[in-house]
Design a protein around this ligand. Structure first.
Ligand SMILES: *Cc1c(COP(=O)(O)O)cnc(C)c1O
Length: 471
């Protein structure tokens, strides 16, 4: 008899190997502070080359330990503040195990993971202050959630026929603050609206200038365009700034437009203490919000969420069931809703369990505390920067982002070169990870703190390391 099953021939051996690997993984998480990013060694790619037989695969568990686990992206380290990268949670390990064992396809049908996803979405909806007519879907991240929000917005502007006949010659226009995340531009391009029709509204003190926004909408209408969408930002990429969502909601109400909020990380200030919570006041008035669990809710990659205020509009933009996907009253193919009717994907993994595990294990309050503390750390970093004569802040931190230059006494070009060099040396030395961004023509060091492992001491040591290299 030939056995084609890919299950282990020796379950006891698999059990022992898996348990040893689990121990190793937990050790790595427990000692995350000793394991900064490191450059992969020469020849690693060749070591990953895939063979034909199990014999060529060799001792796969040993290869995981030696060739795979050490070469992580570094964002599990307590002094990692580059870009906006979540740190992960121990509950991801256990949730990942259960998720793998259940192997649920969450596109539809009637099984537990879909009920859990609805519970996670409903929790997030309440945090954001959206009404219970709202709906949502877990996605890869804010980039995909943005496409989902914009698709529904376009359908409201052009009617349901757009799915059949396309957009035709209508010139839709969309408005966002200068410096909006590239996810907005990508979504506008993908939907065939064209990035020339993404109008950049000037900012006043980090918020979209409301008078300028109204003027641009009027001007575009007069020129024959169809304004349809305003994109607010909760937590800007460069400086962690917030639009005034109540003011934007008033504009879209007057103008009959759709308000989308890019809340990738900043939406979670909803869980924080004051003064941070009120940064996102009014976010619940949006027609759609795109946000991430994998950034400032710390859960492992990937998990984002599209929330739409009106479930009917959400479904109208995506629902479609060919005969083979027909829902039934009973059996596996029963249950409603099916998440394939709320987004792009048909087959989808179970992203809900790791979020549910995190919240049920720690409680939502613990996340609020961690988020508030990250903002406190940005202020601590700013204080450290002020204490060094030659360092200058790009701007006083508003939320969790601190941007500074190591040597404000040099000219812009020299500062940029130096800040870049410091960022790279700290990364390569495993000391700390800052990314860089350009503020007023100077490339500066930027810390976006979405890290529940960071301490005040970490922040002080990192700024001291910057000072050492700047000297
Ligand atoms: C990260 C980010 C995005 C993109 O989100 P992904 O989850 O990476 O797709 C969009 N907007 C802002 C403000 C972000 O920080």
């Amino acid at each position: 008899m030939t056995d084609h099953s890919l299950d282990p021939k020796d379950w006891d051996a698999f059990r022992a190997e898996a348990q040893a690997l689990l121990d190793h993984c937990i050790d790595q998480m427990q000692n995350a502070g000793d394991r900064p990013w490191q450059h992969v060694p020469d020849g690693l790619e060749a070591r990953y080359a895939i063979g034909q037989t199990a014999a060529q695969g060799g001792d796969v568990m040993a290869r995981l330990r030696d060739d795979v686990l050490p070469y992580h992206a570094g964002n599990t380290h307590p002094k990692y503040w580059g870009w906006v990268q979540g740190t992960g949670l121990t509950t991801d390990v256990t949730a990942g195990m259960v998720t793998a064992v259940m192997n649920s396809n969450c596109g539809g049908r009637n099984h537990g993971a879909n009920y859990m996803e609805r519970a996670v979405i409903d929790w997030a909806r309440q945090q954001m202050g959206m009404p219970d007519t709202a709906s949502g879907v877990l996605v890869t991240g804010t980039s995909q959630a943005t496409v989902i929000g914009f698709s529904a917005a376009r359908m409201r502007a052009l009617g349901a026929d757009v799915r059949k006949v396309g957009q035709g010659a209508v010139r839709l226009t969309c408005y966002a603050g200068q410096g909006v995340h590239n996810a907005t531009r990508k979504a506008i391009e993908l939907l065939g609206i064209g990035s020339d029709n993404l109008r950049m509204v000037p900012l006043i003190d980090g918020c979209m200038d409301i008078a300028a926004l109204r003027a641009m909408i009027a001007e575009d209408r007069a020129a024959g365009a169809v304004p349809f969408l305003v994109v607010g930002t909760a937590g800007s990429v460069d400086l962690g700034l917030f639009d005034d969502f109540n003011a934007l909601a008033d504009v879209v109400a007057d103008e009959g437009l759709w308000l989308h909020v890019d809340g990738a990380f900043g939406a979670w200030t909803r869980l924080a203490a004051e003064p941070y919570r009120s940064l996102s006041d009014g976010i619940g008035r949006a027609d759609s919000i795109a946000l991430d669990f994998h950034k400032w809710m710390y859960v492992g990659y990937d998990c984002g969420l599209a929330l739409l205020r009106n479930e009917d509009e959400h479904r109208a933009a995506f629902a479609a069931r060919p005969a083979y996907l027909d829902g039934k009253d009973r059996g596996v193919a029963s249950g409603d809703p099916w998440f394939c009717d709320y987004g792009i994907d048909l087959s989808r993994g179970n992203r809900a369990l790791k979020v549910w595990m995190a919240l049920e294990t720690h409680g939502a309050d613990a996340f609020g505390d961690a988020i508030t503390f990250n903002c406190t750390l940005a202020k601590v970093m700013a204080d450290e920067v002020r204490a060094h004569d030659q360092m200058v802040l790009g701007r006083d931190p508003v939320s969790n982002v601190c941007v500074f230059s190591a040597r404000g006494d040099l000219d812009a070009a020299a500062q940029s070169v130096l800040n870049n060099r410091i960022a790279v040396e700290l990364q390569e030395g495993g000391e700390a990870v800052f990314s860089t961004t350009i503020i007023d023509g100077v490339e500066m060091l930027r810390a976006a703190i979405v890290n529940h492992r960071s301490t005040e001491q970490d922040v002080r040591e990192a700024v001291r390391a910057v000072a050492r290299l700047a000297g």
